[in-house]
Design a protein around this ligand. Structure first.
Ligand SMILES: Cc1cc2nc3c(=O)[nH]c(=O)nc-3n(C[C@H](O)[C@H](O)[C@H](O)COP(=O)(O)OP(=O)(O)OC[C@H]3O[C@@H](n4cnc5c(N)ncnc54)[C@H](O)[C@@H]3O)c2cc1C
Length: 426
């Protein structure tokens, strides 16, 4: 029984591992190349940054192709990993269970969350290694009654050198990413092909029969799309199937302030967070804004302090067959972001961070919702409009935005899908 798994991120690597362990012949197709962390950007970029010669966010993709950026509207940049490990290799290693909207469709992922947390090994980053300003902002958030908590992380603090650049790839192997599950899958017999972007699913008489990669076709009994909220939707649309215009991205906006010698960069991002109904706040030095946002340009990285808002956005946005994405920040999102930024400012003010307080770039890297599960789909873990033999196993299945880290969710939902595939096929 042959399964083709498309994508090697949180969803794809988890599904490939489970299917390979269950005895499927697994072929994994990854659009990007083998991941290598980027080591030179700080020293390389500094002289260009002040003069504005770095250009816009597309420069980062040119220098560091695994970090793909898409401008989906004038004021929103979407970020994803196009490489082995998908977006997990760019992650900050935050491991929080995100479950918004799951109860409403009758989906309980508790056993899958438990299993994956155990496999990954989730822990907190030692508080004695937080920078003083991060500690001060934590205490300020406590005094404001915001109940901050240390963020559960998949970072081995012994290997971590506190370079603060998790999003450019971990150079010491301290931070977990889904390549570890991919290696397990390969160990169990799966075959990985990199530089293999899938164009379409081959469908005959209502049954998925394989995929096309360039001019090649690869036959399969089961096709599992785990190319992320954008990639999976693009492949479906190119195959004539109606992915939904329900894209959500969890909009991130970082408020920047100034504190001389704060050195917030010298710690892993987001060591603590406060949880609100539809957003979180967390200490974060947004490198995208630091390098490419003009209003942030005249403050050095050592003196910059940031607090991030990560907002559960309105689930509205479209992906097209050619990969273009249309997603705007709705008025309601702006209003809720304004309120949350007000809270971030209070934390920074009471911790002694000075202004001018300036918003960074609106961006989103949690891409989901384009193949949303409904109540009726949960028994099979497969939207009814997908042909026989075709499955999705990534964040695209999640109907609601989260405003929370999403690796555990993508991985847990993919595990549940893979369990169903095994149940059905073997
Ligand atoms: C900068 C950044 C930091 C983040 N930090 C965190 C964090 O700390 N904690 C957290 O929980 N979440 C974090 N996230 C979000 C998290 O990484 C994603 O939500 C999660 O990885 C989604 O899993 P996925 O399988 O749906 O997609 P992805 O992990 O993005 O995987 C999609 C895969 O599909 C491949 N692909 C795409 N198109 C094709 C195609 N046509 N053919 C073949 N392959 C294709 C891609 O190359 C990729 O390997 C972060 C995201 C970003 C961008």
């Amino acid at each position: 029984m042959r399964a083709v798994v498309v994508g090697t991120g949180a969803g794809g690597a988890t599904a490939a591992r489970k299917l390979a362990n269950d005895g499927f012949e697994v072929i994994v197709l990854e659009s990007g190349k083998e991941f290598k962390p980027f080591r030179r950007l700080l020293s390389l970029a500094a002289p260009f940054r002040r003069t504005g010669l770095l250009g816009n966010e597309k420069t980062i993709t040119r220098l560091f192709p695994p970090m793909d950026t898409i401008r989906s509207s004038d004021d929103l940049v979407l970020v994803r990993g196009m490489t082995t490990g998908g977006s997990t290799v760019l992650s900050c290693g935050n491991m929080v269970r995100a479950e918004h909207g799951l109860k409403e469709i009758g989906l309980d992922l508790t056993p899958e969350f438990e299993k994956i947390e155990k496999d990954i090994g989730v822990t907190e980053f030692p508080r004695k290694r937080w920078q003083p300003i991060t500690e001060k902002m934590f205490e300020a958030a406590e005094k404001l009654g915001l109940e901050p908590k240390a963020t559960p992380k998949s970072v081995d603090s012994i290997k971590c050198v506190s370079c603060g650049l998790c999003e450019l790839g971990c150079t010491t192997g301290a931070r977990w990413d889904s390549r570890r599950f991919l290696d397990d899958a390969i160990g169990a017999g799966a075959t990985l092909y990199t530089s293999s972007p899938v164009k379409k699913v081959i469908i005959e008489k209502g049954q998925a029969k394989g995929v096309t990669v360039g001019s090649r076709t690869i036959d399969a009994d089961v096709v599992v799309l785990a190319a992320g909220g954008i990639g999976t939707a693009q492949i479906l649309k190119a195959s004539g199937l109606p992915a939904k215009d329900n894209l959500w991205v969890d909009i991130v906006l970082t408020l920047g302030g100034i504190l001389k010698g704060a050195n917030q960069i010298k710690e892993p991002p987001m060591t603590w967070y406060t949880k609100h109904e539809d957003y979180i706040l967390s200490p974060y030095l947004d490198i995208l804004s630091h390098w490419f946002h003009k209003p942030w340009r005249n403050v050095s990285i050592e003196d910059r302090v940031g607090v991030m808002v990560k907002l559960a956005d309105m689930e509205e946005g479209a992906v097209f067959a050619d990969g273009k994405v249309q997603k705007v920040i709705k008025r309601e999102d702006h209003l809720r972001l304004d309120g949350a930024i007000g809270e971030a400012k209070k934390i920074m003010e009471s911790a002694g961070v000075s202004g001018p307080y300036i918003n960074g770039v609106h961006n989103g890297g949690h891409l989901g919702g384009t193949v949303p599960l409904t109540n009726d789909d949960v028994d099979s873990m497969k939207p009814s409009w997908l042909p026989e033999g075709l499955w999705a196993a990534d964040l695209s299945l999640v109907p609601r935005s989260q405003g929370l880290p999403t690796i555990l969710l993508a991985s847990a939902i993919a595990l549940k899908v893979a369990e169903k595939i095994s149940e059905r096929m073997i």
